[in-house]
Design a protein around this ligand. Structure first.
Ligand code: PLP
Length: 361
C-alpha cells in the first residue's frame, strides 16, 4: 500500500503517461500554427489532427470545437458571450454561478440533487425571451447525473439554447447534443489550463477574449499546442471505459461499509457517476474528517473545497435540503482509473475507525 492514497480525482486527475509524452513531442516540434512558414503550417496540421481526435472522443465535429484555457473559460464563453435571459440550476459549479447573470432564474433540485423539470418548464415559459439554460451533466460533489436530454427537449421546444457543463463527465459518459458543452482536460488525465467549448450553434455567440482571430474568432490567443496534444492523448486513452465498471463496484463496496458504520450516502436515490461518493458522518464536521484522514494518508475533499483551501457550506447540499450543519459533515471520495480495491478497503478501514472513535467519545 503506498504511503498516500489519492481519492480526489474530481478535483483533478493525474496526468497520464501518454498525455505527458504527447506534450513533450508537441514542445519539440515548435511553431505558431498561425505562421505561414513551413513550420507554422506543420503546427497547424498537428493542431487540426488533435482537434479531430478530440472531436472523435467527445462525439462532435472538429469544427464545433473551440479550444479554451479550461472548463471555467469554456463556460464563461457561453454565459458571457451569448445574449439571452438565463436559467441555471441550483447545483451548478461556481464557474457557472459566478459567471451567470445576476438575474438568472434558478431551477431547484430534489432531495437527491436532481433538477425539478416541471420547475424548469415553468421558468422557461416565464422567461421574457428564449433563454440560455445552464445545466451540469453530473455534479462534482455528489456525482448525481442530471436529466439533460429531457431538459434539452424543453429548451428546444421553447426555442432557447442549452449549455451543459460536462467537465466531470467528458471521457466517462456520452455527452449530450446541447448547443454548448464545456469540457476540461485535467479531469480526464490531460493537463490543467486547457479545455474546450463544443459550439453546435454559433449564431449570436461573441468572443469574450478578443485579439487575434484564432478559433473561428471565438477565442483569441495563440493555441496551447502542448496542452491540446495532452488533451487529445488523454481523451483517446479514456476511449476504453471498461475501468468505470470496476469503479462502480469499488464505489458500492465503499458505500456499503461506510453506511454500515453510520455514514449517510447523499444522492443515493439518483443515477450517479460511478466515480463519486458523497458521504455524511452525522456529528463530525467535514474539516475534522478531512484532517484525520489526511494524517492517515488519504487525500479526499469536503463537498465544498474552494480554491483557497477553506471549507465553506456547500450550496449543492443545502439545495438538496440539508441544513448548514449537516452539509458541513459531508466528504467527497472520488475514484479514478487506477483506484484499487486495496486503496478503497484501506480508506474504508480508516473512515470506520474514525467513526468508531467519535462514537466512543
Ligand atoms: N465545472 C465543474 C463541474 C468542475 O468540477 C470544474 C472544476 O472543478 C469546473 C467546471 C472548472 O473547470 P476548470 O478547472 O478546467 O476551469
Amino acid at each position: 500500500m503506498p504511503a498516500r492514497t489519492y481519492l480526489d480525482w474530481n478535483a483533478t486527475a493525474p496526468i497520464g503517461a501518454a498525455a505527458l509524452a504527447a506534450m513533450a513531442d508537441a514542445a519539440r516540434d515548435w511553431a505558431n500554427p498561425a505562421s505561414v512558414h513551413g513550420e507554422g503550417r506543420a503546427a497547424r496540421g498537428r493542431l487540426e489532427r488533435w482537434r479531430a481526435e478530440i472531436a472523435r472522443g467527445l462525439g462532435c465535429l472538429p469544427d464545433q470545437i473551440v479550444f479554451t484555457g479550461g472548463g471555467t473559460e469554456a463556460l464563461g464563453l457561453a454565459l458571457r458571450g451569448f445574449d439571452a435571459p438565463q436559467i441555471v440550476s441550483a447545483i451548478e459549479h461556481d464557474a457557472v454561478r459566478r459567471q451567470a447573470r445576476a438575474d438568472a432564474a434558478v431551477v431547484p433540485v430534489d432531495g437527491d440533487g436532481v433538477i425539478d423539470l416541471a420547475a424548469l418548464e415553468r421558468l422557461i415559459a416565464a422567461a421574457p425571451a428564449p433563454p440560455l439554460v445552464a445545466l451540469m451533466h453530473a455534479n462534482n460533489e455528489t456525482g448525481v447525473i442530471q436529466p439533460v436530454a429531457e431538459a434539452l427537449t424543453l429548451v428546444r421546444t421553447a426555442g432557447g439554447r442549452m449549455l451543459v457543463d460536462a467537465v466531470q463527465t467528458a471521457g466517462k459518459l456520452d455527452l449530450p447534443a446541447a448547443d454548448f458543452v464545456a469540457v476540461s482536460a485535467h479531469k480526464l488525465g490531460g493537463p490543467p489550463g486547457v479545455g474546450a467549448l463544443i459550439v453546435r450553434c454559433a449564431d449570436g455567440l461573441q468572443a469574450i477574449q478578443r485579439g487575434g482571430g484564432q478559433e473561428r474568432g471565438l477565442r483569441a490567443g495563440t493555441e496551447n499546442l502542448p496542452g491540446i496534444a495532452g488533451f487529445a492523448a488523454a481523451l483517446t486513452e479514456r476511449a476504453d471505459r471498461g475501468w468505470l465498471a470496476d469503479a462502480a463496484r469499488l464505489r458500492d463496496r465503499l458505500e456499503a461499509r461506510l453506511a454500515a458504520a453510520g455514514g449517510v450516502v447523499l444522492g443515493a436515490g439518483a443515477p450517479r457517476l460511478a466515480t463519486t461518493s458523497c458521504v455524511r458522518l452525522p456529528g463530525v464536521p467535514a474539516s475534522t474528517q478531512l484532517m484525520q484522514l489526511d494524517l492517515a494518508g488519504f487525500a479526499i475533499s469536503s463537498g465544498a473545497a474552494c480554491s483557497s483551501g477553506k471549507v465553506g457550506v456547500s450550496h449543492v447540499l443545502t439545495a438538496m435540503g440539508l441544513d448548514a450543519a449537516a452539509a458541513g459533515e459531508a466528504i467527497r471520495i472520488s475514484l479514478g482509473w487506477t483506484t484499487s480495491e486495496a486503496e478503497i478497503d484501506a480508506f474504508a478501514d480508516a473512515w470506520c475507525a474514525l467513526a468508531a472513535r467519535r462514537r466512543a467519545a
